[in-house]
Ligand binder design. Structure first.
Ligand code: SF4
Length: 487
């Protein structure tokens, strides 16, 4: 690491204004040791440490040396852009080894070819503006290499119909999709498979971790190590993705996709229309009852907050679990009625069940119908889980945002899940941030995250770092240009 970061190192030679920082070398050495000895590391690195280069250089050395891919996950878009547009191109120039890096964004940033083609024949657009915008998306779709909506810079950021054509995991048909090969997600995954360093954000990383080993939705290629920068955020984000959520939008989307199904059998089509109408009616009643706080036997109660590693707490959560009084009342009921928590929910569940069994009974169902069966099953399971609310390790809450109503169940403690799915599966996990310790040690965050064994360090930081490196990097071309270089 001294040959890179030392006073006579390659960085100093490339940039005479580069300031030698002992804390940076110390951190880079610890990161390299963690890769070589396959252990976890938790490192607090304050402003001026130069932490991104301190983990990227050993990550590149480890990935190129062993051929094992390293994932770098960030909490913010700014940091992701800094890595891709400045730090990695800079290292590409000064390091003797060439390497490949790829960025992966969340799936809903990318267009879904299948959904766009389907929307072309049955568009769900409102007004002339949207028709023009959709036409522009269709023209762009034939030219773009990435399918990343950031390229559509002349269209409004909140395109109203984007959620009907994006590549989100629950609507994806996976390998049964007729557009699987040219799919932008398949291509993004291929670029990541060819890369030594894959840059993602925490949302994609934990969404992928929660879905790993499942048949759908996981996109990250296998990796031998992960660096989680801005790691103070990960408890909250992991809790979001290891939890369950049901929203009114989800049911609307499901019904919209049911409307796209085509049958030869007229009677089946009529029955599907009837079932859809029932789901719509009962879903409306269900959401209204939630909005008004009735229909669930008035079981709403505020829960006390709890502190997470990032310092956030959730005092506004609304508990949907049974109150003592309800439990007493229900104790006298037959066991099979105790979970019957409200007529609107039960009616909705019955209607969803009818949709599921009806599609299930179809012979040679198309991939789209299979996808709807899977989503309906998952929706019923999640709704039942939240409405029952009897898993004491979860907090159940309701959130209203604009026209959206979201029911959520989140694990209160993610330590066991992270231990099981991350720390015990991935040989090297590096957690870093400017704020990870409390009272000079890492006990609190380690406990919250379930990190039993890890090397620890607080990197010495200086505050008069003049930004010479960043200024030099600012003048460089974006990473896309650099990325053309081979290994
Ligand atoms: S594979 Fe999934 S994301 Fe890709 S085009 Fe098909 S449905 Fe869309």
């Amino acid at each position: 690491m001294k040959t890179v970061f030392g006073p006579e190192g390659v960085i100093a030679k490339a940039h005479p204004e580069y300031e030698h920082r002992p804390g940076q070398i110390e951190m880079a050495t610890a990161v390299l040791r963690a890769f070589e000895q396959k252990h976890h590391l938790i490192v607090e690195a304050g402003t001026g440490t130069g932490k991104t280069l301190a983990y990227l250089v050993p990550a590149i050395a480890a990935a190129c040396g062993s051929g094992a891919r390293v994932v770098v996950s960030t909490g913010t878009k700014n940091l992701q852009e800094q890595l891709m547009d400045k730090d990695l191109p800079f290292l590409q120039e000064v390091l003797p080894k060439t390497f490949r890096a790829a960025v992966m964004k969340g799936r809903n940033n990318y267009a879904c070819l299948h959904r766009i083609k389907r929307a072309e024949s049955m568009p769900v657009l409102e007004g002339l503006d949207q028709i023009d915008q959709f036409d522009e998306v269709v023209r762009w779709m034939t030219k773009t290499e990435t399918g990343d909506r950031a390229e559509l810079s002349n269209l409004p950021e909140n395109l109203p119909f984007w959620r009907h054509i994006d590549a989100r995991s629950d609507t994806c048909l996976g390998q049964k999709c007729p557009d699987f090969d040219p799919c932008f997600i398949t291509r993004m995954r291929q670029r990541a498979l060819d890369a030594d360093i894959v840059v993602v954000n925490h949302h994609l990383f934990f969404a992928d971790l929660a879905l790993r080993n499942g048949a759908y939705g996981a996109v990250l290629p296998d990796y031998a190590a992960v660096i989680l920068d801005e790691a103070h955020q990960i408890e909250d984000i992991a809790s979001e993705y290891f939890g369950v959520q049901v929203s009114n939008y989800q049911i609307d989307d499901l019904l919209r996709d049911v409307g796209f199904l085509k049958f030869e059998n007229r009677e089946a089509e009529r029955e599907l229309t009837r079932v859809s109408a029932r789901i719509q009616r009962f879903a409306d009643m269900f959401w209204i009852s939630l909005r008004e706080g009735r229909g669930l036997e008035g079981r709403f109660a505020l829960i006390s907050g709890y502190r997470t590693a990032s310092g956030s707490d959730r005092p506004k959560s609304i508990n949907l679990s049974l109150s003592d009084k309800d439990e007493e009342q229900q104790a006298g009921m037959p066991a099979n009625r105790r979970q019957d928590v409200g007529a609107p929910y039960q009616a909705l569940d019955n209607a969803l069940n009818r949709l599921e069994t009806m599609l299930d009974a179809l012979k040679d169902a198309p991939a789209d119908a299979e996808n709807i069966i899977r989503r309906t099953r998952q929706l019923r399971f999640d709704l039942n889980f939240i409405i029952k609310g009897d898993d004491q390790s979860f907090v159940y809450w309701l959130e209203r945002r604009g026209r959206g109503v979201f029911l959520r169940g989140s694990p209160i403690d993610v330590s066991g899940l992270l231990q099981d799915k991350l720390f015990e599966k991935v040989p090297t996990v590096i957690l870093t941030s400017a704020t990870l310790s409390s009272a000079g040690n890492f006990r609190f965050i380690r406990e919250r995250l379930g990190l039993d064994e890890a090397e620890e360090m607080i990197a010495e930081s200086i505050f008069d770092f003049g930004g010479a490196l960043s200024a030099a990097a600012d003048a460089r071309p974006p990473f896309a240009t650099m990325g053309a270089r081979g290994r």
